[in-house]
Design a protein around this ligand. Sequence first.
Ligand SMILES: Nc1ncnc2c1ncn2[C@@H]1O[C@H](COP(=O)(O)OP(=O)(O)O)[C@@H](O)[C@H]1O
Ligand SMILES: [Mg+2]
Length: 332
Amino acid sequence: MVASESHVLDIRDLTIEFPVYGGAVRALDGVTLSVGAGEIVGVVGESGCGKSVMAMLSLRLLPDGRYRVIDGGVSLLGHDVLAAPERELVRLRGGQAAMVFQEPLTALNPTRRIGRQMIEVIRRHRPIDRAAAKTLAIRLLGDMRIADPAEIMERYPFELSGGMRQRVLIALAFSSEPAIVIADEPTTALDVTVQRQVLSLLRRRARRSNAAILFITHDMGLVSQFTDRVYVMYAGRIVETGPTDAVLSAPAHPYTRALLEGLPEQATPKALLRAIPGNVPDLRQPPIGCGFANRCSHVFGKCAERPPLAPVSGAEGRRSACWLDSLGSAEA
Ligand SMILES: Nc1ncnc2c1ncn2[C@@H]1O[C@H](COP(=O)(O)OP(=O)(O)O)[C@@H](O)[C@H]1O
Ligand SMILES: [Mg+2]
């Protein structure tokens, strides 16, 4: 598969299954997604919709043999991820394509000081000596607005707050000058205020070196503050995509609308923050028609047929997988 030159990540029609007892879980079903150079792209959806599987497969981090590729592929910086030899991917991971995950404590070795770990990771991807790696580590921590980097480097991971640990890991992610950082729920373990601080630092840092970010979250509030473009994912499929501001101000898909209605800012003062009624479908029996039909208040006969991800009329760069072209105009 050949990548489009302006895309750092290109996922095309990707359909994968996990064989399980008595059947298979169709975790991704025809997913197409791209990330351009320097772009900050969000993927949002409830738990169990396939976001992490997609993030992991972008770097082929799932063990070979545990899943089947039914269709499609992944191109990352021109590498055919699902076909490349493992040694090619080892160079990519943590190099030109970096990752940040939710729990920073497990990504750091608890028994070794921050500085030693940083120097080691830096030298894995760069042919520089210890002293140069140390200088670079201090600079990278400074980039993440850590006031006293030399002091932080002397600490053990457990001596830092969760927010500080995540800043350290983001600093480290940028040590290899990545073209893309894949961040899967990077701040979900942190409290709300710290989440926003860490994300704005991540965003600023990425902009500075023109790195792209694939930002995965279940939180529409974070998508709205942090991303340029968004993909809404439901039951292993992309159901809506477009520029973040446009999608959030006039969602075309009922699922996007339902996610937005769950935001605290949208709730009336006394109303409880409400979850979307019903559940994500069991992906061992992937939906034939629209996966959201059983939870949708607009459902009609045609929803038994799978809606294509089609252009939203009159809205450039937007696509939605709903038989109602645009809910906003349908209801107006
Ligand atoms: N190794 C696996 N074996 C079987 N099913 C899996 C495996 N990993 C993930 N799944 C299933 O794939 C679906 C998507 O999971 P995931 O990508 O983790 O969702 P999300 O990150 O959106 O919460 C879920 O139904 C999950 O149970
Ligand atoms: Mg996940």
